[in-house]
Each structure stands twice: as structure tokens, then as C-alpha cells.
Design a protein around this ligand. Structure first.
Ligand SMILES: Cc1ncc(COP(=O)(O)O)c(C=O)c1O
Length: 453
């Protein structure tokens, strides 16, 4: 049944107290001192809105953090979590199971391209990435190719914060203080070249050839040393970098030629962001593994996972049957609360047709964002699915300052939640966003951009 997507700012709000001591909590990926001087404090959320501790209603143009694709406080999900907590609060995932874990794995496999039929659960995108990288290396070893250990990421890629993820990732601030990281890692060049791609709606025409750089890397190291390539079909965290037309097909072909596994990191693009269950479907390219997290539970309970191609899974299913096949897993893999949230979330996505809805809204969303082109300091806009990146020129030779001011201006003065990556504003609202709310968000974004001119 289709819901109506009315503005819902009259919800009762929970009574909240603003804490008077902010010192103890060292916040992740946050300018802690600046935050604690002017906190952006959230107390509640419903549908398209957050509610602040000082009683304001803030429209969410970020789906929380690319997570809440069905909007916030969805009772179907929260009730499923509560019921599950009362019934089975925890089940050890090593050597024991519970029905919801198997059901959820089957439901996720059914959404994925045929042949990606096995799911390994963990608790976050970072764990999903580390899991996929480990499975890739272990798979080659299992097949007698133990020298295939090298991993290839990409400049400006983000794959979370585990040592595996930052090693294949390509964001300098996430890497430079953390030592040598994994050895045997190389990087493809970024897919974003502003001169050739600026102000493109959807996938840029220019850039498919950048995939050929994999041949150059093979030429340096030898294909027989390379286990896997990992890329995001849309790089969200580095500012919404959209994959050029034809790029993924070329990467797939080169991987096939050399026996290299291809991993799509779909932690952001999974579950509807680009109008399909997975971006692999949008692009018609079949990877060997897909990592996911965020949208699988609508953000309501931490969960991540890896979809794994049958041949890879099956390669491990040999040896004595009493033996563990893969020495890997987490205490909270397939946690009952996460599985309950995941099942309820997939129901909601299906019942409300949210992936199709995203597909339908995409042109309108892209036009609305592109209309901000002539606002001050806008140097590029990129759009894909229900996501856009707006690059602002750096202020006072201080990269990130204008973006940070925009984040604050949006929250404190324009009742808008944005995501910011450096000086890029990322817009990625829940997929329930109405046409009117898209207009409202763009009006607010325009005001924010002017306020930091
Ligand atoms: C593509 C991608 N991979 C991995 C991650 C890491 O996920 P998490 O923060 O859940 O560890 C993210 C987070 O934004 C991501 O965008």
C-alpha cells in the first residue's frame, strides 16, 4: 500500500534534557571542540524530520547518514525490534542459529543479482569491507593460488575505517596518521575529473577508459598476485562521485581476463539509493561480492554484510564436515534485533515501492539540484539516484571551512540536516521524500549557500 508523504512535524516529541557535560564523549569523525561550543543535538525523529533538543523540527536531507531510506521512526521496524528483543535478545552466531538470520539472508539474496546467493553478516560497513577482502584472499588460497593477495582500491574511495578499508581506501586524512597499513595494496585513479565532467546529471559520458588503469597495475605487479579490486558504484563519502558510463563494464572485463575478483562496496548504494536494490542492477554488471550495511535496517540497528557469489562460497565447502570452513565472524553477526529490523525494513521497502519511487523521482530531483548551479561559489554539481553533491569553492584558502560553516548554518539557522565532505554538500534524503519536500530542501540549501558566500 502506498503511503502519503505528508509533512509530519506535529508528532509528539519525547521529553529531553540537554546534557550539561559534553567532555567525556569523544565523537567520531567530528570537530569535537567546535561541536561542544555549538552542539547540533538531536532528540527524536519521525519520517522526514529530526527534532532537536531545543524543540525544532529539522528536515533530513541526509537520510541520517545514508541509512534511513524509509524515513525515521517507522513503527513497523521499531515494533519488530521490540518484539524480537522480548523474544530472543541474543543468540550466539558461532555454531548456533536463529530463524530470522536465515530468512533475512534468503531475502537479501533474492534481491541481489542471480548467482550472489550467500550472505555473511557483520555489524557495519567497515566490517563488511574487511570481511570481503579476507574472503577474497582466502578464496584464492583455497583454490591453490596463495600468492594472490594483492588488493586494489581507488583514489578517493571510502571503505570504512578498519585497517583493510583504509588501506584500499583513498582518502588521505583517513590514512596518513595510521602507519603502514596493509602491504600489497595499489590504487586505481579517481573517476572524478572536473574539467571533463562538471555539472553532469547522472553518469558522465567521459571516463570509462579510467578502468583501463587496472591493466597498468596488472602490468606492474602481475595478475597472479592480485586477489581483488574494490570500488564503490557511487562514491558517497568523498562527495558523491558518479561512475562514468561504461566504466564498470570495463573493470569487470579486465578482472575476468585476469582472474581478479571484483567487489562492489554498496554500503551506500544498496537498498534503493540509486533506484534499485543494488547498483549492480542499475549498471547491469555482476560483481563477485557486494558489501552492504546502513539501509539494510533503515539505520535502526547496526548491521552489515557481504553477498558472495556461489562459486566463491562453494570453494570453502569442502574438507571434514565437523570443521569450521571460514575462520572469521563477529559476536554480533546476524544479531536477532538487527535481523528483525532488516526483515521489517525489506517489507517496508517492498510495500511502499521505495526503490521504484527513487527511480521515478530521480529526474525531478536532479533538475531541482541543478537549479542551484548559479548560487555563489558553486563550482560543480553531480547527481545520481536520490543523491547529489554540490562542490563549493574553498574559502580563505582553508579547505573544508565553507563546508563546515554550511553544515552549521543549515542546522542552526535553516532547520536542515546536510552531509558535508570537505566543501562538498551531499544531499541524500530518505526515499519517502515528497516532491514538495524536495523543493523545500533546495530552497533551504540555496539560503545556506548564500549564507556562507
Ligand atoms: C562505501 C562505504 N563503505 C564502507 C563504509 C563504512 O561503513 P561503517 O561506517 O558502517 O563502518 C561506508 C560508510 O559511509 C561507505 O560509504
Amino acid at each position: 500500500m502506498q503511503r502519503t508523504f505528508a509533512l509530519n512535524i506535529q508528532q509528539p516529541r519525547p521529553p529531553v534534557a540537554t546534557p550539561n557535560d559534553l567532555a567525556a564523549y569523544w565523537m567520531p569523525f567530528t570537530a569535537n571542540r567546535a561541536f561542544k561550543r555549538a552542539p547540533r543535538m538531536l532528540a527524536g525523529a519521525k519520517d522526514m524530520h529530526y527534532f532537536t533538543t531545543d524543540g525544532r523540527s529539522i528536515i533530513d536531507a541526509a537520510a541520517g547518514m545514508w541509512c534511513s531510506n524509509a524515513g525515521h521512526g517507522r513503527s513497523q521496524i521499531t515494533e519488530a525490534i521490540a518484539k524480537q528483543a522480548a523474544n530472543l535478545d541474543f543468540a550466539p552466531p558461532f555454531q548456533f542459529g536463529h530463524p530470522q538470520a536465515f530468512e533475512l539472508a534468503s531475502r537479501i539474496a533474492a534481491l541481489a543479482p542471480d548467482g550472489l546467493d550467500h550472505v555473511f553478516f557483520c555489524n557495519s560497513g567497515s566490517e563488511a569491507v574487511d570481511t570481503a577482502l579476507k574472503v577474497a584472499i582466502a578464496y584464492h588460497a583455497t583454490c591453490g593460488n596463495a600468492e594472490r593477495t594483492r588488493l586494489i582500491g581507488r583514489e578517493r574511495g571510502y571503505h570504512g575505517v578498519g585497517f583493510g578499508g583504509i588501506s584500499v581506501g583513498g582518502m588521505v586524512n583517513n590514512r596518513k596518521l595510521f602507519g603502514g597499513m596493509l602491504t600489497g595494496v595499489d590504487h586505481l585513479p579517481t573517476i572524478y575529473v572536473r574539467d571533463k565532467q562538471a555539472f553532469t546529471k547522472g553518469e558522465p559520458e567521459w571516463g570509462a577508459h579510467l578502468a583501463d588503469e587496472l591493466e597498468r597495475i596488472v602490468g606492474i605487479h602481475g595478475a597472479s598476485t592480485i586477489a581483488a579490486v574494490i570500488v564503490e558504484p557511487m562514491a558517497g563519502s568523498t562527495g558523491v562521485l558518479v561512475t562514468p558510463k561504461g566504466y564498470l563494464e570495463r573493470l569487470r572485463a579486465i578482472c575476468d581476463k585476469h582472474g581478479i575478483l571484483l567487489i562492489f562496496d554498496e554500503v551506500i548504494t544498496g537498498y534503493g539509493r540509486l533506484g534499485y536494490a543494488f547498483a549492480a542492477e542499475r549498471y547491469g554488471v555482476m560483481p563477485d561480492m557486494i558489501t552492504f550495511a546502513k539501509g539494510i535496517t533503515n539505520g535502526a540497528v547496526p548491521m552489515g554484510g557481504v553477498l558472495i557469489r556461489d562459486a566463491i562460497h562453494d570453494a570453502f565447502m569442502k574438507g571434514p564436515e565437523h570443521m569450521v570452513e571460514l575462520f572469521h565472524g563477529y559476536t554480533y553477526s546476524a544479531h536477532p534485533l538487527a535481523c528483525a529490523a532488516g526483515l521489517a525494513t525489506l517489507d517496508l521497502y517492498r510495500e511502499e515501492g521505495l526503490f521504484e519511487r527513487a527511480r521515478k523521482l530521480e529526474p525531478l530531483f536532479a533538475d531541482a539540484v541543478m537549479a542551484l548551479k548559479n548560487e555563489p561559489n558553486v563550482v560543480d554539481i553531480r547527481t545520481v539516484g536520490i543523491t547529489a553533491g554540490i562542490d563549493l569553492a574553498a574559502k580563505d584558502n582553508s579547505p573544508g571551512l565553507r563546508g563546515f560553516e554550511a553544515l552549521n548554518s543549515a542546522f542552526h539557522h535553516h532547520d536542515l540536516m546536510l552531509r558535508v565532505a570537505g566543501d562538498t554538500l551531499a544531499l541524500t534524503p530518505p526515499l519517502i521524500v515528497s516532491e514538495a519536500q524536495i523543493g523545500e530542501i533546495m530552497d533551504k540549501v540555496a539560503k545556506v549557500i548564500r549564507s556562507v558566500a
